[in-house]
Ligand binder design. Structure first.
Ligand SMILES: Cc1ncc(COP(=O)(O)O)c(C=O)c1O
Length: 388
């Protein structure tokens, strides 16, 4: 599956915002809609049981592909819900047992930022670990913060792969530092799962999340993965679904499609190295032609198919518009903040200078991106940067 539409010659390059339906998912859904059973999975009749069987099969498949146990997965509506449930489960309406610190970073998605702000109003203190220019967090600083404050820390939340830059944090180092003091660690893995290899057990995270629409499944589904589901409290009350941890009839079509999408990613893992090469070559060619161009996070490990590129002499929103005139769809930073004139808080936190930050465009694909996609976007960008 490429991202370039042959008929219209349009190119969708905003997979980190939301990925189009994966080809296998599309095939699955067409068949599923035409022939499938529709029923309440929690009903005791045969049709309900059939749907519940499909849900559990999907749970086992997802678990296998992220090396978790099936009973560690709770289905929900997406990553925002999962993130909010983690905060709701670990924190209380006011700090308990003298644990009033939330350790986080300046590069989190707005969902984590807003959850932190919600609990800050209820008496928690926020400590942000600094990010370096590379986009990686300062791991020494994290260690010092944890060593010094571990008796007051309620919870640590550090994202896995950044939605804007694609920079990947060293999850195992993070969990190892925090677990020395038995602290619970959550990582926003929304952009990580289905974009690079994820091993829940090996990461040693206490909580992780995933989202269907980031991986080419149908929008509206997600999962919360917990090392011990006894640590979770329900955010949505209901009829006891998902072991009483997430009320509401399960979105079984979404769940099934998520399992198909993740399976396709797993079957395509071998493509990732080549995708990284194509991405790297595209970036190098652009920098050779325009030496002013900066690639954000270039020195750090990054998702194979994400590029955040800035030509500091061009306004990113203008470049986005000019690309759109050529039917190429990118964003300036995260989709949610597209309308805000403010520069990205992620880039601010990394210490990116303002001019560079104003110039950024984010180009994001999946593991099926082709050389032609990069060539097409390169031609368009060169045209824009040369003409103006
Ligand atoms: C890093 C990250 N976390 C969380 C979310 C929220 O995901 P969802 O749309 O599934 O609620 C997103 C999506 O923009 C994201 O990129």
């Amino acid at each position: 599956m490429g991202s370039m539409s042959e008929n219209t010659k349009s190119l969708y390059a905003d997979f980190n915002g939301s990925a189009p339906l994966n080809k296998k998912v599309k095939e699955f859904l067409l068949e599923r809609m035409a022939t499938g059973t529709f029923s309440n999975p929690n009903s005791s009749h045969a049709l309900g049981k059939k749907i519940m069987f499909a849900i559990e099969k999907s749970r086992r498949s997802l678990a296998k592909n992220i090396n978790a146990k099936a009973n560690q997965i709770i289905f929900n509506s997406g990553a925002s819900e999962g993130i909010t449930q983690v905060f709701h489960s670990v924190l209380a309406d006011k700090p308990q047992d003298g644990r009033d610190i939330i350790v986080t970073t300046g590069i989190e998605h707005s969902c984590v930022v807003k959850c932190c702000a919600y609990y800050e109003k209820r008496g928690y203190r926020i400590i942000q670990v600094s990010s370096m220019q590379s986009g990686l967090i300062d791991i020494e600083e994290l260690k010092n913060i944890v060593d010094k404050n571990h008796e007051q820390i309620a919870f640590v939340t550090i994202m896995a792969a950044n939605n804007e830059t694609g920079v990947i944090q060293p999850l195992k180092e993070i969990t190892s530092i925090c677990h020395q003091h038995s602290l619970k660690v959550f990582s926003d893995t929304t952009q990580f799962i289905g974009k690079t290899k994820f091993d829940f057990q090996d990461s040693n995270l206490d909580f992780a999340v995933m989202s269907s629409h980031k991986i080419g499944a149908i929008i509206g589904s997600g999962a919360l993965i917990a090392k011990d589901i006894n640590d979770l409290k329900p955010l949505i009350m209901g009829g006891g679904q998902e072991k009483g941890l997430r009320g509401g009839t399960q979105n079984y079509i979404g769940i099934e499609s998520m399992a198909v999408a993740l399976q396709d990613f797993q079957d395509s893992l071998h493509l990732l190295d080549q995708v990284a090469v194509e991405r790297e070559q595209f970036e190098q060619r652009m920098q050779k032609k325009f030496p002013q161009i900066k690639i954000i996070g270039q020195e750090a490990p990054r998702l194979a198919s994400t590029t955040m590129l800035s030509h500091p002499e061009f306004d990113g929103q203008l470049v986005q518009q000019k690309l759109e005139d050529k039917k190429i769809y990118v964003t300036t930073s995260s989709a949610c903040s597209d309308d805000e004139k403010e520069i990205s808080k992620v880039l601010k936190s990394m210490g990116t200078d303002e001019q560079t930050a104003r110039g950024v465009v984010r180009i994001s694909f999946c593991c099926h991106v082709t050389k032609e996609c990069y060539q097409h976007i390169e031609n368009a960008l060169c045209d824009i940067f040369q003409k103006n």
